[in-house]
Design a protein around this ligand. Structure first.
Ligand code: C2O
Length: 554
C-alpha cells in the first residue's frame, strides 16, 4: 500500500496498519540568497534559501519525488550522490551525462526509489562548481521496525563539511579555465555552514553541537567540500564508526575521522566526558605539493549545564600531510558482512580493467602560458558533450560519444616513476560498454605526471567493494593474491592513494550511463572523468525505462 505525504516534519506517518514504503514529496526552489554566516560574497545560490540546503528524510525502499525549480541565474542539475538509481538513470543528475541542465525559470521532477540502502548520503548540484553552496544531506532510515545494527542513539545530528570562497565561485572557475591556470583555493572551511574564526573575516560565527551528558549520539558526517579531504576531530572524544556511504561497517573506534569529498561517515559519539565546551575541528589533508586552503574550520561540542564562558578543551590538529592517519582510518573500514547485510563481493570477473588517473599539460593558444593543465583517465581527457550521453544512448543519436574508452592504458610506462617525455593527453567523449549483470574489477592507478596525488574517485549508479590498495605500480600477478574478497568496505567514493593504486569490484546490474570521476571538483573540471555504458538486460525489469516527459532539453 502506498500513500502520499508531504514531508515538512518527519514523524512516524502511517496510512493504515502496515506501511511498507512511502512516497515522499519535496520541493527544491533554487534561488539566490543573501547569506551572512561566512564573510565576503553576499548572494549565493541556495535551495529553499538554506545553506547548507534542506535534508531529505526517507526510509529504505521509499520513493522520493523532488520537484526542482530553477529561480537562479545559472543552468542547474541536482545529483543524489550515492543513491543507486536502479533503472532510474534519468534522475541521477550529472549535467550532460544523464540529463540536460534545468535552465533558469524551468523545473524538473526527480523521481527515484531508495532500493536496499540505508544510512547517510548527500545531494548536490552537478554542474560547474555550483555545488559549493547547493548541497545537503540525505538521511535514509531503515525500514519501519527494523533496528540499526548498533545501539540505538539518543539523538542524531547532521554535520556537513564545506568550503567557502569570498568571491563569486562561478566567475573564478570560468576565469581560471579560460586562462588554463589552477583555480583559487577556497578562503574558509565550514562546519554546517559556519567557519569559526577566519583571518580577515568579521562575520564568521561558529556552529555548536548541543549534547546532554551520558548519552550516545549518531553523527551523520558529510564531506560536501569541492577539493579538500578532511580530518574531523572532537577534543577528548572518541567515535565508533558504524557506516560509510550508506553501507554498514564493522564498528571500530577512532579519535580522528578521515573523509574525502563525496564521502559520508556515520559515527557514534558517547558524551561521557566532564560537562564543558570542547573544540571540534575539520582540518585539511594533503600529502602532495599541491596548494590547498590550510585553514581549520572550528565548531564546539557543548554539554548541557556548561556554565557561561567556560574554558575550551582544545585538541591537537593532525599534521596536514599525515598519510599515516588516513591509512589507519581507511584500513580499519570493513563491511559489516552480517547475515542480514552480507557483502556480495563478485568472485568471478567478466571485465578486468586498469585505468590510470592523473594530470597532464596540453597546448592552448588562448591560455596565459600557451598551455592548459588537464587531467585524464587512461590519458583521455573527457570532453563534455552538448547533449546528455543518456539521451544520445536511449534515442540512438549518433556523433555524441564513442565506445572506444580503453580498458588499459594505451601507453605503458613506469606510472609512479619518472614521467614520460610527452605528458600531453588526448581528448574525447568516450564510454566503456558493459554487458548487463557482468562483473567488473577495476584497478585505478595514480600517476606521477607533474606530481602524484590522492584522488577520491566516485562511481555513479553503483556501490563498489574496495578489495585492495597499495603503493607504487599495481602488480597484476602478486597484488590480487591479497585482495580482501570477504568483507571489503562497500562505498560509492573511494580513495586512490598518492603514488599508488586501488582495486574495486562491482556488478553492472544497472542499465544506463554512469559517470566515474574524481570528486575533487578541480580534477573533474580538468577532465578526470569517463562514463560506463551498461546495456539493458532482458525485459522491462532489466532495462532503462523511457525518460520522463519533463526531461530538460539542451
Ligand atoms: Cu557527488 Cu558525480 O558526484
Amino acid at each position: 500500500m502506498r500513500c502520499i505525504v508531504l514531508i515538512t516534519l518527519l514523524v512516524a506517518l502511517s496510512c493504515g496498519a502496515v506501511v511498507e514504503s512511502l512516497v515522499r514529496h519535496y520541493s527544491f526552489l533554487v534561488l539566490l540568497k543573501n547569506e551572512r554566516k561566512v564573510c565576503g560574497r553576499k548572494n549565493i545560490m541556495t535551495v529553499n534559501g538554506k545553506f547548507p540546503g534542506p535534508t531529505l528524510y526517507a526510509r529504505e525502499d521509499d520513493t522520493v519525488i523532488v520537484r526542482v525549480t530553477n529561480r537562479a541565474n545559472h543552468n542547474l542539475t541536482i545529483h543524489w550522490h550515492g543513491v543507486r538509481q536502479l533503472r532510474s538513470g534519468w534522475a541521477d543528475g550529472p549535467a550532460y551525462i544523464t540529463q540536460c541542465p534545468i535552465q533558469p525559470g524551468q523545473n524538473y521532477v526527480y523521481n527515484f526509489t531508495l532500493h536496499s540502502q540505508r544510512g547517510t548520503l548527500l545531494w548536490h548540484a552537478h554542474i560547474s562548481w555550483i555545488r559549493a553552496t547547493v548541497h545537503g544531506a540525505i538521511v535514509i532510515f531503515p525500514k519501519l521496525g527494523v533496528p540499526y545494527p548498533f545501539p540505538h542513539p539518543h539523538k542524531e545530528k547532521i554535520i556537513i563539511l564545506g568550503e567557502w570562497w569570498k568571491a563569486d565561485v562561478e566567475a573564478m572557475i570560468n576565469n581560471s579555465t579560460k586562462l588554463g591556470l589552477p583555480p583559487n583555493v577556497s578562503d574558509a572551511h565550514t562546519i554546517n555552514g559556519h567557519s569559526g574564526p577566519v583571518p580577515g573575516c568579521a562575520t564568521s560565527g561558529s556552529f555548536t553541537l548541543h549534547v546532554e551528558s551520558g548519552k550516545t549520539y549518531l553523527l551523520r558526517i558529510i564531506n560536501a567540500a569541492l577539493n579538500e579531504d578532511f580530518f574531523f576531530k572532537i577534543a577528548d572524544h572518541h567515535f565508533t564508526i558504524v557506516e560509510v556511504d550508506a553501507s554498514y561497517t564493522k564498528p571500530f573506534k577512532t579519535d580522528t575521522i578521515f573523509i574525502s569529498p563525496g564521502q559520508t561517515t556515520n559515527a557514534l559519539l558517547t558524551t561521557n566526558k566532564p560537562i564543558g565546551k570542547y573544540l571540534i575541528t575539520a582540518s585539511p589533508f594533503m600529502d602532495a605539493p599541491v596548494p590547498i586552503n590550510n585553514l581549520t574550520a572550528t565548531a564546539f561540542l557543548r554539554y548541557k549545564g556548561t556554565p557561561i564562558n567556560p574554558p575550551i578543551v582544545f585538541t591537537q590538529i593532525p599534521p596536514q600531510n599525515s598519510t599515516l592517519l588516513t591509512n589507519q582510518f581507511i584500513d580499519s573500514l570493513r563491511s559489516l558482512n552480517s547475515e542480514k547485510y552480507p557483502a556480495k563481493v563478485p568472485l568471478f570477473i567478466d571485465h578486468t580493467l586498469f585505468f590510470t588517473v592523473g594530470v597532464g599539460v596540453n597546448p592552448c593558444e588562448t591560455c596565459v602560458n600557451g598551455v592548459r593543465i588537464v587531467a585524464a583517465v587512461n590519458n583521455v581527457t573527457f570532453l563534455m558533450p552538448k547533449i546528455s550521453l543518456l539521451q544520445s544512448h536511449y534515442y540512438k543519436i549518433p556523433g555524441v560519444f564513442t565506445e572506444d574508452f580503453p580498458a588499459n592504458p594505451t601507453f605503458v610506462y613506469d606510472y609512479t616513476g619518472k614521467p614520460p617525455a610527452n605528458i600531453q593527453t588526448s581528448n574525447g567523449t568516450k564510454v566503456y560498454r558493459l554487458c548487463y549483470n557482468s562483473t567488473v574489477q577495476l584497478v585505478i592507478q595514480d600517476t606521477s605526471v607533474i606530481a602524484p596525488e590522492s584522488h577520491p574517485i566516485h562511481l555513479h549508479g553503483f556501490n563498489v567493494f574496495v578489495v585492495g590498495k597499495g603503493l607504487g605500480n599495481f602488480d597484476p600477478t602478486e597484488d590480487p593474491k591479497v585482495f580482501n574478497l570477504v568483507d571489503p568496505v562497500e562505498r560509492n567514493t573511494f580513495g586512490v592513494p598518492n603514488g599508488g593504486w586501488t582495486a574495486i569490484r562491482f556488478r553492472a546490474d544497472n542499465p544506463g550511463i554512469w559517470f566515474l570521476h574524481c570528486h575533487l571538483e578541480v580534477h573533474t573540471t580538468w577532465g578526470l572523468r569517463m562514463a560506463f555504458l551498461v546495456e539493458n538486460g532482458e525485459g522491462p525489469n532489466e532495462s532503462l525505462p523511457p525518460p520522463p516527459s519533463d526531461l530538460p532539453q539542451c
